[in-house]
Design a protein around this ligand. Structure first.
Ligand code: NAD
Ligand code: UGA
Length: 464
């Protein structure tokens, strides 16, 4: 099957960068990314390419090259569906906030809406690609909806989960460790659909890195990959607390352990806790799936990864209060970094939100600085928790435009995102402009203890 027109429903952190790279690597394909969010599409179409809605190193250059040539952004979902030979679904699949499975299961409302819209609009056969992260066996539900239109249109459903990490999305898309494609391997039509998608990726990914499996393995592999990655972070974070009690240094432990080639060195950085839109939601989803099959031990095993992560965020915040003589009421605390990791403007599930909320409970005055996150996002993140009134949040939390401004006259600083620019700050000057004793809490192990202590800071970090 020859693919000429591709459409992607969902112009978010995955849909946008993924389609931009496909358009760049396959100039013979026409790629249209659609979304119901008009503001987001307008931002993707902004003549100044620096204003695209997602910050990722290298992304604006790719958009500049491909946009208007073979990469298009639109709110006209129906037209894009109608034209497309292959449709990627890359909409959000957050944790359910209501009803059965509340707080655990993935909310598949938006996925189902897409399937119904495709079923309604499609007039010729199409390949549907699950790009969103979905519970295992979702493809069966999609197939059910798509196969019951009664208009004779045939659909092939593929699972093609995305493994990019934010902040390195372009790099990850250009050189993926692997591309995973799940499909109906038992029928010629299924195989043909898989081959069509393989040949798109093969334009730039070596064939041996393109893995084909059955649909269920593909869906489950995505949840498994995120669970394993998050588990490593929770494992090293658990050790960080033990290091603090014993005089061991978590970086030294991580290095010693990671040099064992069976363990490997990556993803062993102790931190204030993992954030991001997916680790927590995907593990909760896994826990929920295990529970629905009655696999309680499996569910409990994975749930512990989340419990440890919540503990890590809480104990970091509690340590600030304890160290500042058990009260932060009315004290100024500078939060350096709001994004869940460096090089992204995404703040979903960022540890900074929870640490700040904890400090607000203790009536602290908060000053936030992040190089890429807009003030409205900071307020929206705190308001979403519904633990403090909007008035109180706006009164107690100020978002400023430089780290120096945030730290001026502060009682304490908490570094919560590992932005490179925080390493380069003139820490001596920061120290001089703070109240004394000047407390510095490094939630990212970004700063050197000796250097900071020599300047005069009371320095606290994770894991030693
Ligand atoms: P996102 O919230 O940034 O983007 C999703 C977009 O889909 C939104 O702009 C929303 O308006 C749009 N949308 C929702 N329903 C729609 C509909 N019916 N029609 C048209 N548009 C619709 O989400 P994201 O971070 O891009 O994640 C998307 C999926 O990819 C999720 O399942 C996530 O788990 C998965 N994933 C995310 C990452 C990541 O790093 N963010 C990485 C791998 C996989
Ligand atoms: C993660 C996975 O790495 C991607 O492969 C996956 O596609 C994606 O989730 C997804 O499904 O959404 P992402 O959340 O964007 O990507 O970023 P990560 O680099 O994995 O970082 C997640 C969180 O863990 C961050 O808060 C980061 O600071 C923290 N982390 C990571 C640590 O605290 N220590 C580490 O050693 C690594």
């Amino acid at each position: 099957m020859k693919i000429k027109n591709i459409c992607c429903i969902g112009a978010g952190y995955v849909g946008g960068p993924t389609m931009a790279v496909i358009a760049q690597k396959c100039p013979n394909l026409d790629v249209t990314v659609v979304d119901i969010n008009e503001k987001r599409i307008a931002a993707w179409n902004d003549p100044d390419v620096e204003n695209i809605p997602i910050y990722e190193p290298g992304l604006s250059e790719i958009v500049k090259e491909a946009r208007g040539r073979n990469l298009f952004f639109s709110t006209d979902v129906d037209t894009a569906i109608d034209k497309a030979d292959m449709i990627f679904i890359s909409v959000n699949t957050p944790t359910k906030t209501y009803g059965i499975g509340k707080g655990m299961a993935a909310d598949l409302k938006w996925i189902e809406l897409c399937a119904r819209q495709i079923a309604e609009v499609a007039k010729n056969d199409k390949i549907i690609v699950e790009k969103s992260t979905l519970p295992v066996r979702t493809a069966a539900a999609l197939k059910d909806i798509l196969d019951n239109t009664g208009n004779g249109v045939k659909f092939q459903i593929l699972s093609n989960p995305e493994f990019l990490a934010e902040g390195t999305a372009v790099e990850d898309l250009e050189k993926p460790d692997r591309v995973l494609i799940g499909g109906d391997i038992d029928t010629p039509e299924g195989k043909e659909a898989m081959e069509a998608l393989v040949s798109i990726y093969a334009s730039w990914v070596p064939k041996e890195n393109i893995l084909t499996t059955n649909v269920w393995s593909s869906e489950l592999s995505k949840l498994t990959a995120n669970a394993f990655l998050a588990q490593r972070v929770s494992s090293i974070n658990a050790m960080s607390e033990l290091c603090e009690k014993t005089g061991a240094d978590v970086n030294e432990v991580a290095k010693a352990v990671g040099m064992d080639s069976r363990v490997g060195p990556k993803f062993l950085k102790a931190s204030v806790g993992f954030g991001g839109s997916c680790f927590q939601k995907d593990i909760l989803n896994l826990v929920y799936i295990a529970k629905t099959f009655g696999l309680n031990e499996v569910a409990d095993y994975w749930e512990q990864v989340i419990i440890m992560n919540d503990h890590q965020k809480r104990r970091f915040a509690a340590n600030i209060v304890k160290t500042l003589y058990n009260t932060v009421s009315g004290k100024k605390i500078a939060i350096l970094g709001w994004a869940f990791k460096k090089d992204t403007n995404d703040t979903r599930e960022s540890a900074a939100i929870y640490v700040t909320d904890y400090l607000l409970n203790e009536q602290a005055e908060i000053l936030v600085y992040d190089p890429k996150v807009k003030p409205e996002q900071v307020y929206a993140d705190l308001e979403y928790l519904c633990t403090h009134s909007n008035e109180e949040i706006r009164e107690r939390v100020k978002v400023v435009t430089s780290a120096e401004e945030a730290c001026k006259d502060a009682h304490a600083i908490a570094v919560l995102t590992e932005w490179d620019e925080f390493k380069e700050l003139d820490w001596k000057e920061v120290y001089e402009n703070m109240l004394k004793p000047a407390f510095l809490f490094d939630g990212r192990r970004l700063l050197n203890r000796k250097v900071m202590e020599n300047i005069g800071f009371e320095f606290y970090t994770i894991g030693n």
